[in-house]
Design a protein around this ligand. Sequence first.
Ligand SMILES: [Zn+2]
Length: 63
Amino acid sequence: MPLFEFRCSCGHIFEKLCRSSDNMNPECPKCGAASEKIISSFSVGRSAPATGCGMGEALPGGG
Ligand SMILES: [Zn+2]
């Protein structure tokens, strides 16, 4: 499940797992008010290696 970041009007920022990429506004765990989704930015002064990227890669084995 993709992890989204939300920000409440009170200023509290929290993450939440969403099943589908729908525009939802979960309640703030701090005050209980409706929050807004934040557009997370990955490229923040981070150099990626020459190898390919591994987003949402499942680990082998396990059960
Ligand atoms: Zn709040």
